[in-house]
Design a protein around this ligand. Structure first.
Ligand code: NAD
Length: 426
């Protein structure tokens, strides 16, 4: 039973995320003057699949987990989005994350619709064999939905390149031949792209630097705090330190470390890769994940989960710039408070888009049975993100919008245009 969804407080994270996503959509729809019919179409996921994932544990006992795959929108291309293994994952959360993927792909101009999937499970509570069983059974249950032309999963919270390798293998064994393009974020040895592992963090770093430059603030010595020390947060902290920032605080779910003169990030990243929790690291002084949000810094990078900056703590955030490595970390109420206080928020669908951009590049390489150098991938990533950042900044300036509002107006507008040009069947 410990594998099943967590307490009510945790489960409501999904409902709050879905409400936030719908609020952001409503604002963009009003700004674009979309009619109620198209607004309703964009608010409604195209397909939502809930599956039972029976698991035989190594001790011989059996339990049934719940998995999801939501395809929010398919108007601009195949569905694309990560798979999350987390005890509090539910249909609301996956739906919100799928919707954000739709706008993100449109914003950065890659030919995908949005999707997301997940299993309500704590991967840390499973043995490696159990994790493989859960992954393969979940993959086989969503098999009718996925495929390189239909829906292409990728890693998210609690999953990694090994998860993608198992999904790719399960799909390929069923097909009878290798289908590398069915997932992205897989190991390079089976068709993964150079540069995919750090792509989201690279994108976060590029957007931090672009936002600082836009406001005429030098990068050197900027104080940064990063919440979440997983695939996105750890490398974002490392790349930001390499770019000249002073990373003064980092944390994961176990707790964090703080040192005003700057943490020595690279060894912490190496320790995290070996499975050492941040709370057990020795650099700096301890602090909690909640305290990290309120540390006196120039830049805050939330890179863990949704709904961490809320109406309850927004007026205590001291950063002048919040760059959303995570999806949905700021509630709409907190957004308004931060904007009123002059804090600039670079929204998730722009700041963390580096991951899906390089996923797209991986998929293109797979479809062409070709591979590019890390340099080539890095240049393409930089070009696509720079264009998206400039589009958002320009629209925000022109119409007096926040960066989030501008990003949604562009993303939602492009998807609405695709719907209108394709027409409604029948
Ligand atoms: P991950 O599982 O690799 O890491 C998550 C990190 O968050 C871990 O360090 C975990 O300990 C920490 N965490 C969890 N709950 C926390 C809490 N309450 N307080 C502080 N830390 C907490 O996941 P990830 O892939 O790094 O994803 C992080 C965020 O970035 C998610 O919102 C995800 O949707 C988003 N994102 C990920 C990618 C990607 O390529 N992996 C791409 C775009 C967006």
């Amino acid at each position: 039973m410990t594998l099943l969804a967590g307490p009510a407080l945790d489960v409501s994270r999904g409902a709050a995320a879905r409400r936030a996503a719908l609020t952001q959509l409503a604002h963009a729809a009003a700004h674009l003057g979309l009619d109620d019919g198209i607004h309703e179409m964009l608010a409604t996921p195209r397909r939502s699949l809930t599956v039972a994932v029976p698991l035989r544990r190594e001790d011989g006992s059996q339990t049934v987990l719940t998995g999801y795959r939501v395809q929010h929108n398919l108007s601009r291309g195949p569905a694309k989005g990560g798979i999350r293994f987390h005890p509090a994952t539910d249909l609301d959360e996956v739906t919100a994350l799928a919707m954000w993927m739709t706008w993100k792909c449109a914003l950065v101009g890659i030919p995908y619709g949005g999707a997301k999937g997940g299993v309500a499970v704590d991967p840390g509570s499973l043995t490696r064999l159990e994790l493989e069983r859960v992954t393969r059974r979940y993959a086989s249950e969503i098999l009718p939905l996925i495929g390189p032309d239909k829906d292409i999963p990728a890693p998210d919270v609690g999953t990694d390149e090994q998860t993608m390798a198992w999904i790719m293998d399960t799909f390929s064994v069923t097909a009878g031949y290798s289908v590398p393009g069915v997932v992205t974020g897989k190991p390079v040895s089976i068709g993964g792209s150079q540069g995919r592992a750090g792509a989201t963090s690279r994108g976060v770093t590029l957007t931090v630097l672009a936002a600082l430059t836009r406001h005429g603030v030098p990068v050197e010595g900027r104080r940064v705090a990063v919440q979440g020390f997983g695939k996105v947060g750890a490398l974002a902290a490392q790349y930001l330190a390499e770019a000249g920032c002073r990373v003064v605080a980092v944390c994961d779910v176990t707790g964090g470390r703080h040192r005003e003169s700057g943490l020595n990030v690279a060894p912490m990243v190496a320790a995290a890769a070996q499975g050492v929790p941040v709370a057990e690291m020795t650099d700096g002084d301890p602090l909690t994940a909640e305290e990290l949000l309120e540390v006196d810094v120039d830049v805050l990078v939330p890179a863990a989960l949704e709904g961490v900056v809320t109406a309850a703590n927004a007026d205590r955030i001291r950063a002048r710039l919040v760059v959303e490595g995570a999806n949905g970390p700021t509630t709409p109420e907190a957004d308004a408070i931060l904007a009123a206080r002059g804090c600039v928020v670079v929204p998730d669908i722009l700041a963390n888009a580096g991951g899906v951009v390089v996923s797209y590049l991986e998929w293109v390489q797979n479809l062409q049975a070709y591979s590019w150098s890390e340099n080539e991938v890095a240049h393409r990533l930089q070009d696509l993100l720079k264009r998206a950042f400039d589009d958002v900044a320009h629209l925000a300036d022109e119409r007096g919008l926040t960066l989030r509002q501008a990003a949604h107006v562009i993303g939602v507008g492009r998807v609405a245009q695709a719907h209108l040009q394709r027409g409604l069947y029948p």
